[in-house]
Design a protein around this ligand. Structure first.
Ligand code: PGA
Length: 251
């Protein structure tokens, strides 16, 4: 049985004051048993969140990491070893905003994935197609290539200690959600791709759905057989809404 994971991606949102408010809201949440909960604050606020959530069973992750595992001369970047030292246990790799706005490519993302794992962090590999790619019928090919590039570089065994997040780009921050059936089709394809190499890894890996998840649509999405939780953007900035999504994963 895969334990569901609900992760809040705060993106580039927050000030010290609003982060403090969100921490207070999260501290008050009644979280369901059997669901793993995580938040990904902007790097600058990771310390504040780790301190503020002490004792609360919420894991902390970073939204990005350097390609090199250890600290060194790499201006502007944060090493996975530094994230682990700060108390992070997870890191997003290849969010579509970084792929599309910053031009992060599969090869670079494979290096980040490996660097993160070498420091004991769990990478959350984000994959997903654009609207144009979906309309051209290329969804499974695009997602398959993004996933395949990490499998080729690091071996399927790397997914024994990783999470995959399927996030259709056209559903992110748009209010458009993939239907549960649309999402399930891609999640099943991701699991099948892993299974061709190693069925045990495929059975164990958690595949999250992301893209305009909210309390109102979460239960239906999480009810699909290959959807093991969610990566939540906008709705994770509201503690009550985020709590309701976490509870939907437990039901
Ligand atoms: P959204 O973002 O929930 O605001 O659509 C999801 C994400 O980008 O991780």
């Amino acid at each position: 049985m895969r334990r569901p994971l609900v992760a809040g991606n705060w993106k580039m949102h927050g000030t010290r004051t609003s982060v403090a408010e969100l921490i207070t809201g999260l501290r008050h949440l009644a979280l369901p048993g059997g669901v793993e909960v995580a938040v990904f604050p902007p790097c600058l606020y990771i310390n504040q969140v780790i301190t503020g959530l002490e004792g609360k069973p919420i894991a902390i992750g970073a939204q990005n990491c350097a390609v090199e595992p250890m600290q060194g001369a790499l201006t502007g970047e944060v090493a996975p070893s530094q994230l682990a030292d700060a108390g992070c246990t997870l890191v997003l790799v290849g969010h579509s905003e970084r792929r599309l706005i910053l031009g992060e490519r599969d090869e670079l993302l494979g290096r980040k994935f490996a660097a993160a794992q070498s420091c004991g962090l769990i990478p959350v590999l984000c994959v997903g197609e654009t609207l144009e790619q979906r309309q051209a019928g290329r969804t499974l090919e695009v997602v398959g290539r993004q996933l395949g590039s990490v499998i080729e570089g690091l071996g399927v065994g790397a997914f024994a200690r990783a999470v995959v997040a399927y996030e259709p780009v056209w559903a992110i921050g748009t209010g458009l959600t993939a239907s549960p059936q649309q999402a399930q089709e891609v999640h099943a394809a991701i699991r099948a791709q892993l299974a061709t190499e190693n069925s045990e890894v495929a059975r164990g890996v958690r595949i999250l759905y992301g893209g305009s998840v909210k309390a109102a649509n979460a239960a239906e999405l999480f009810g699909m057989p290959d959807i093991d939780g969610g990566l939540i953007g906008g709705a994770s900035l509201n503690a009550d809404e985020f709590g309701a999504i976490c509870r939907a994963a437990g039901s």
